[in-house]
Ligand binder design. Structure first.
Ligand SMILES: [Zn+2]
Ligand SMILES: [Zn+2]
Length: 493
């Protein structure tokens, strides 16, 4: 017990005895027993608060569509603004507000009365900008929020992160997928999602725009990263992760994979949620982050050989080494022709080529010139050469010089190169160039690109991970292999 006694005169202070002080203190203060009791209760409350905060799985808000008029059906009873509603509904945009049942609102939040309640939204566009783009009715659980931005209304679905993951993994992965690969994907998707949600929280305060383009007179270096959403955490399109609510049934394996890894994410040693990237096939060597996106280090997205056996260091940034590498078929998890494994990762497996570990593409002078000049809107004359100026650790070109008879131009990074040198996309930017049939003036009449892998090659290699799963590796071993330097942590119970 402690306290401070102030007396009017010094003589009064000197006359006070120890016993008087103690009596006074006991009258105004609390006893040691009471103090201990309060202390223990406070500790208990704080610990319980911590526990509930940690245990509580977060909700995610998903932007389903934006339009001037949205039609939907509440299959069961929902509450909105204190009233109960169900059945067919229509909202339209009117003077920057939401018009619903002859009244104007700035926001409408439909909360389900029962946990199994669902609502359906009509005319949701799927496959935006793809040849199979179409409209369908989609069904969702959780809350429906209608909000407005300018002339457009937005339908936003809020639901628990774990339910969202079951839906997106069912959409993205084949039903024949092995359980360990599905579990690895569940952890990756969850990490990506929670990182996205955290980032949005910070961006709300900072509002800074990331640079993703360096443009000079003779150079265009561009990388494509997801632009963040402002009205919701993620959209329902491939731009984020394809989400169709409960429209399609979830496979038993996906439910098992999501529930079996509940709350688990990848974290960096510095304690931040990992930006867990993945691509289809690394081509034998996993690429480092900075060669595909921003020039920064992500310590868990580093270059590595996609094997646990052979650990010979090969410097694939050097032209002589990459040539040998691409012309050979080095041992790697993703070096496989096992159709059972390939069909797990490649959804429309029957329609696509199986040669992507090593591939080649040939162009005539006219074809290549047409491709490049139509995409860059530059008159090159004739194409004389394609010269790699910089390669990443997996051999992926991040700066490529296009040399023409009239002028030269430098392009990058990997996705821009793949886009410009193909009518759709090249499999990867890890390739070497053969100049063939040179005419008298030294102008090649044919170009052959010989390449390795499919996609940016950063982080998890899906084909490699599927093979690892088949070989009996568990999901945590698969994740440790591709994200060495990341830790598997439980973010909530
Ligand atoms: Zn998106
Ligand atoms: Zn691989």
């Amino acid at each position: 017990m402690a306290g401070l006694i102030i007396t009017p005169r010094e003589t009064d202070f000197e006359r006070i005895s120890e016993q008087q002080v103690e009596t006074l203190y006991k009258e105004v203060g609390i006893g040691s027993n009471t103090f201990e009791h309060i202390k223990s209760r406070l500790k208990k409350v704080t610990a319980e608060q911590d526990k509930t905060d940690k245990e509580k799985a977060p909700d995610v808000s998903v932007g389903i569509l934006s339009r001037e008029r949205i039609r939907f059906k509440l299959e069961k009873s929902y509450t909105v603004n204190g009233q109960e509603v169900s059945g067919e509904q229509e909202v339209t945009s009117s003077c920057g507000k939401i018009l619903w049942k002859d009244m104007l609102y700035t926001e409408l939040l439909f909360r389900p009365q029962a946990p199994d309640a669902s609502f359906s939204i009509y005319d949701v566009t799927i496959g935006v900008n793809f040849h199979w783009e179409q409209k369908e009715t989609q069904t969702f659980t959780g809350q429906l929020r209608i909000t407005v931005d300018g002339e457009k209304l937005y339908a936003i679905n809020t639901l628990p992160v774990e339910s969202y993951l079951e839906s997106v993994i069912s959409s993205e992965m084949s039903a024949t997928c092995g359980i360990e690969l599905l579990k690895a994907h569940a952890v990756i998707s969850r990490s990506w999602l929670l990182a996205q949600m955290e980032k949005r929280k910070i961006n709300r305060i900072e509002k800074e725009k990331q640079i993703s383009c360096v443009q000079k007179d003779d150079e265009l270096i561009r990388w494509y990263d997801r632009e963040d959403h402002t009205l919701f955490d993620v959209c329902a399109d491939d731009h984020c992760q394809r989400y169709q609510g409960i429209t399609k049934t979830t496979s038993k394996n996906v439910t098992e994979a999501v529930q079996g890894t509940r709350g688990e994410i990848l974290m960096s040693i510095a304690g931040e949620i990992c930006d867990a990237r993945f691509s289809k096939c690394c081509g034998g060597m996993v690429e480092e982050y900075r060669y595909c996106w921003e020039d920064i280090d992500k310590p868990y997205l580093t270059a590595l050989r996609d094997t646990t056996e052979e650990k010979v260091d090969i410097d694939l940034t050097k032209e002589e080494n990459i040539k040998k590498w691409i012309h050979s078929s080095p041992n790697a998890f993703c070096n496989t022709t096992n159709t059972k494994v390939l069909s797990q990762v490649l959804n429309d497996f029957d329609q696509i080529t199986k040669d992507f570990y090593r591939w080649h593409v040939s162009y005539t002078q006219e074809e290549l010139l047409q491709l490049i000049s139509s995409k860059l809107k530059i008159d090159f004359g004739k194409i004389l050469n394609l010269i790699p100026l910089q390669r990443g650790k997996s051999g992926r070109i991040s700066r490529l010089k296009i040399v023409g008879t009239k002028r030269s131009f430098i392009i990058g990074k990997e996705l821009e190169i793949r886009r410009i040198l193909s009518s759709s996309h090249l499999y990867s930017s890890s390739f070497v160039i053969d100049l063939l049939d040179l005419d008298a003036a030294g102008v090649p009449q044919r170009f052959k690109l010989i390449g390795a892998g499919w996609g940016h090659g950063v982080g998890l290699c899906q084909i490699g991970a599927a093979v690892m799963g088949e070989k009996g590796y568990t999901y945590d071993a698969i994740l440790r292999h591709y994200y060495s330097g990341a830790l598997l942590k439980k973010f909530y119970e």
